[in-house]
Each structure stands twice: as C-alpha cells, then as structure tokens.
Design a protein around this ligand. Sequence first.
Ligand code: TMP
Length: 236
Amino acid sequence: MSFEEKMLYEGKAKKVFTTDNMDEYRVYFKDDATAFNGEKKGTIQSKGVLNNSISSFFFELLQSKGINTHFVKKLNERDMLVKKLTIVPIEVVVRNIAAGSLAKRLGWEEGRKLKKPVVEFYYKSDELGDPLINRSHVAALDIATPDQLDELEGVSLKINSALSEFLTEKNILLVDFKLEYGLHKGALLLGDEISPDTCRFWDASTNEKLDKDRFRRDLGNVEEAYQEIWKRIGGK
Ligand code: TMP
C-alpha cells in the first residue's frame, strides 16, 4: 500500500504535512502574510521561497554552532523537511534594541540599545493573541518545568549571540526575534522558522527596516527587503 500524505495543520504562513517517515514532517512555506493576530492580511510575493531559503540557512548555521534544531533538509523551493516536534506552547522573544511592543510598553523610542538582551515569554494562543507571560504564569499554566524554561532562555541567548555575530558582518542589526521550541524523543529542539517574518533586521548603517515591519506598517518594498536579507547572508 502506498503512503498518502496528510495535511496536519495550516497556519498563517505555513502548512505542515506528514511524510512516509513517522518522525518527520514536511513544512510548506506560503506567500500569505498576516499581522496583528490575523487582522491584517496580504501576500508578499515569493515570501515562501525566500523564508524557506533564509530559515534553512540559519538552521544550518545554528546547527554548526551546536544548537539542536528540527531542521533536516531543504527539499525544494518551498518545502523543508523537519523532525516531528511536540510543540512547547511558549514563544521566546529576545531583544537587543527596543522596538515594537517593548518600545510601546515601556514608552521607549524605537532604536534604543538595551544594556543587556531582554528575554520574554509569550503564551502561544491565537484565541488570546499570544499574551506576555512570566515564570509564575508558566508554572501556573503548567506548560514547562523551571528547568525547561532555563534551557529555553539559555539556548535562546546562545542563538542571539550566534546570529548577532554573523549578521554584524553582513551590516545587519538583529533588533529582536521570536523562537519556538518543541520536544523530539525527549530533547528540546528549536522549531518553526527564522526569517524576516519572525525577526527584526535593520540595516546597520541607515537603520532601514528589512523585515515584516514593512508589511505591518505599510512601508512598501516588502519583497525587496526579504530579497535583500537573502542576498546579504549569501544567497542570490
Ligand atoms: P513585538 O515587538 O511585536 O512583540 O515582536 C517581537 C519580535 O517577535 C519581532 O521580531 C517579531 C516577532 N513576532 C513574531 O514572530 N510573531 C508575532 O506574532 C509577533 C507579534 C512578533
């Protein structure tokens, strides 16, 4: 009997399919873009192709630095093969420069350099719009143990160092980014994607935004910004 793949999940920017290997999924990157918890919708031409390439590149970079990720290989333009994860419902945001919701919450101007990286946890829930939570909330929600949370924070800071160091050489500022993790055979692996959808990248000379904020804030040249990131990190 031949294997029939099933779509397990369709998210805002990706679809996930089963494969003939029980331990692996195929992720398909769409051009669809949303912001403000789905209130704003659009498409960014070729975004799926670029985010698949950019994410694959960053996962390989991180793996070469000893960080465990779900990435197995890039299959084609829009598909990535990944290890199957049981998702930890916590989004980890790391920030080096104030922007977005942090700038708003603390009344800081965007672009203010932080004295040390800030790590934040958000509860992954579309219904609630991914609220900001702290360690006590995580314990009360029983979604991760204190040790797992320490590991999430430690690995996320290590990823911040590795990515910041690499991007500095490409004249890109890593302002902030969001990570998601999951468990695979008992090990915590980095999941999801690392792309201009999930990171803020600014040109280091001009502070020009080269990420999804161009879509969120209607700044124009959205696809060009994603292309520029791919070009600077070594793609075509
Ligand atoms: P924020 O400033 O809006 O909280 O965003 C912080 C970082 O997280 C930023 O790099 C964009 C990323 N992010 C996502 O990947 N998904 C989301 O749903 C949101 C709100 C932010």
